[in-house]
Design a protein around this ligand. Structure first.
Ligand code: ADP
Ligand code: MG
Length: 338
């Protein structure tokens, strides 16, 4: 099984609105492993600290009880280990190993999708550990009920305990993360440079870290001071990518794939409900996330500006009353890096 990364601790996990809930739940698990939050499932997009929190739980459990047996591994590794055990006729050993740990931490369980035999085995491991009141921590890139290709009874178990989301960090948290990481690396990061980067690099913490690394490396290499101007030049391509990110085309592609329809369907004149709603959502996103005018957006969808206006109002009203639409909209905003 994989090794716990000692660098991922609660101590260096910066808290913000976007991750406070997940962090609190993780800390609760350390205090009462095998308690009410079992399994603890942390879900959210890539680069938002799921793996970090999972290791933090493992490290903290070991710090409290050095004899605790923790298995940490990615879902893919778990599957590989399982299939190797089958090949070598060692499934009994495999079963015994994973059913005798004090805590089982499995990262990225969305990987289990469409792996029936692995799911079956995981189902039994899961049940054995829960029965023995051993802690399970899981991460996933989406809410478990939304993972296609996972058996219903396993899916339902994923949500038996507590499922918490990690969201993309807001501006204040992005600032705090940059400043803390700079400090940890003994880098002098002027506040205005942190703000400049935090305002532009919005998607996730991994990208923020990457941007900071590039800034510090090239400022050392070139012996130049870390100014906003320096940051603008050094990160030129990254920043350009962010500016390109949210285009109407991009919104269309993202919405179409989210609703499992074709991009062309978003432009089609058909009025069926299954197409009308995604189309309205796409228009509303275009209005909110791009600088385009109503007529421009209308043109991009083969409609006039009143249709776009209607769509924006409709979606905004539905977001107040329809939980599903609200969730869809927020998921899409997130996927678009907004
Ligand atoms: P995920 O598993 O959600 O894809 P990771 O846990 O691998 O994301 O996080 C990506 C990087 O960002 C890691 O280096 C991690 O330490 C860092 N990171 C994420 N969230 C935070 C946070 N709140 N505070 C400090 N570092 C963070
Ligand atoms: Mg991860």
């Amino acid at each position: 099984s994989g090794k716990l990364n000692p660098d991922y601790t609660f101590g260096n996990f910066i808290e913000g609105k976007s991750n406070a809930h997940a962090r609190a739940a993780a800390q609760h698990v350390v205090e009462t492993p095998g308690g009410a939050y079992n399994p603890l499932l942390i879900y959210g997009a890539s680069g938002l600290g799921k793996t970090h929190l999972m290791h933090a739980v493992g490290n903290a459990i070991v710090a409290r009880n050095p004899r605790a047996r923790i298995a940490y591994l990615g879902a893919e590794q778990w599957m590989n280990h399982f299939t190797a055990a089958i090949r070598h006729g060692r499934t009994e050993e495999f079963k015994h190993l994973y059913r005798s740990v004090d805590a089982l931490l499995i990262d990225d369980i969305h990987f289990f999708a469409h792996k029936e035999r692995t799911q079956e085995e995981f189902f039994h491991t899961f049940n054995a550990l829960i029965d023995a009141r051993k802690q399970i921590v899981l991460t996933s890139d989406r809410y478990p009920k939304e993972i296609d290709g996972v058996d219903e009874r396993l899916k339902s178990r994923f949500t038996w305990g507590l499922s918490v989301a990690v969201e993309p960090p807001d501006l204040e948290t992005r600032m705090a993360i940059l400043i803390a990481k700079a400090e940890a690396n003994r880098v002098q990061l002027p506040r205005e440079v942190a703000l400049f980067v935090a305002q532009r690099v919005r998607s996730n913490v991994r990208e923020l870290e990457g941007a900071l690394l590039r800034l510090t490396a090239s400022s050392r290499l070139r012996g130049e001071a870390l100014t906003v101007e320096f940051a603008r030049n050094t990160l030129k391509d990254l920043l350009a990518a962010y500016e390109r990110l949210v285009t109407i085309d991009n919104i269309k592609r993202t919405v179409a794939s989210y609703y499992n329809i074709r991009v062309g369907d978003l432009n089609s004149p058909r009025r069926t409900r299954s197409l009308a709603r995604p189309r309205q959502v796409a228009m509303a996103l275009a209005k909110e996330l791009t600088q385009h005018s109503l007529p421009e957006i209308g043109e991009a969808f083969g409609k006039d500006h009143t249709t776009v206006l209607h769509a924006c109002r409709k979606v905004s009203a539905l977001r107040q009353t329809d939980l599903k639409i609200r969730e869809d909209y927020e998921n899409l905003q997130r996927q678009l890096g907004a």
